[in-house]
Write a protein that binds this ligand. Structure first.
Ligand code: NAD
Length: 291
């Protein structure tokens, strides 16, 4: 397939490289990141999109996605598919899909989980919103860049799934960390806490697979000085998107709101920026009820 790839940063770079390695013809554009080996460099986003069967975007946020879509949609061939893999607000995903549809293009919102490791290894999970035909067109590419692609529904459904999942993840990580910090103060050994909770009704992915306590459970960023992994500021971004979406549809999400406020304090007022999102545990360790 002829693919245009816009946004070749930490995630987009290795994703584009995997498409090239699988034999696809990829033309890329980024404002600053270099093109991976084998990706032809275009001078603009529109040039990367011209003549492509599929245009993939992997950009920082919804405002940038909208600006790039304004530029690439008029350059794309009718019947081609615009597939956005960034994590953006649901409203931007739907607006771009409407704009693509009006121009006779297919459109997908296909955010990912799996991080830079998954992008490099080709083991991402894609959560996809948009039409069935567009999904069928891009599915072979999802199979190269990832291990699983779930067609979640119409435009916006992929972003909706992503932010709901990550709202659970953020809330659960905080709950796991505050419980460890409480257990510490009660004199309960962390390995005993892990043994009990990981096999009891408090179990979760954050406890069982990504334990925030160093030296306990499987190897996780906690065992590596809380180097990300999944950085606290990316969790904050996703929690804010969840709260923006909740406001737009009048959904009551008190735990998501509290998690967003805690990660905002951690990243913006404390030492959380650049640390893994599980570094909430050392944060709680240092605190008492008064802060
Ligand atoms: P990044 O900042 O490394 O990459 C974004 C790239 O977009 C940059 O290279 C930037 O130069 C480029 N860019 C910005 N504006 C542009 C424009 N107008 N035209 C062309 N290129 C432009 O970010 P990333 O970590 O690769 O993340 C990309 C997206 O994936 C984000 O939406 C993020 O939330 C999501 N995501 C990231 C991770 C992760 O672990 N890094 C995990 C899941 C999802």
């Amino acid at each position: 397939m002829k693919i245009g790839f816009i946004g070749l940063g930490n995630m987009g770079g290795p994703m584009a490289a995997n498409l090239v390695a699988a034999g696809h013809d990829v033309t890329g554009f980024d404002l600053s990141a270099p093109c991976p080996d084998g990706v032809a460099k275009a001078d603009s986003a529109a040039a990367a999109a011209t003549g492509a069967d599929v245009v993939i975007t992997m950009l920082p946020n919804g405002a940038i996605l909208r600006a790039v879509a304004d530029e690439v949609i008029p350059a794309m061939t009718k019947g081609a598919v615009l597939c956005d893999c960034s994590t953006v607000d649901v409203d931007s995903a739907r607006a771009v899909a409407d704009q693509a549809d009006a121009a006779g293009l297919g459109a997908l919102d296909a955010p990912v989980s799996g991080g830079v490791g998954g992008a490099t290894a080709g083991t991402l999970t894609f959560m996809v919103g948009g039409g069935a035909d567009a999904f069928a067109t891009v599915q072979p590419l999802f199979n190269i860049m990832g291990q699983k692609a779930v067609h979640c529904g119409a435009a916006g459904a992929g972003q909706s799934a992503k932010i709901c999942n990550n709202m659970i993840l953020g809330v659960t990580m905080i709950a796991t960390c505050e419980a460890f910090a409480l257990a510490d103060k009660l004199g309960l050994a962390r390995d005993k806490m892990f043994d009990v909770v990981s096999t009891s009704s408090g179990y979760s992915w954050t406890m069982n697979a990504y334990c925030p306590a160093p030296g306990v459970g499987p190897t996780s960023p906690a065992d590596n000085g809380y180097q990300p992994g999944f950085a606290a500021e990316l969790m904050l971004k996703d929690l804010r998107l969840s709260q923006q979406a909740a406001e737009s549809v009048d959904a009551d999400t008190p735990m998501g709101q509290a998690a967003a406020a805690l990660y905002a304090a951690f990243v913006e007022a404390e030492d959380g920026k650049g640390r893994d999102f599980s570094a909430m545990l050392p944060r709680f360790e240092k605190r008492g009820r008064g802060g």
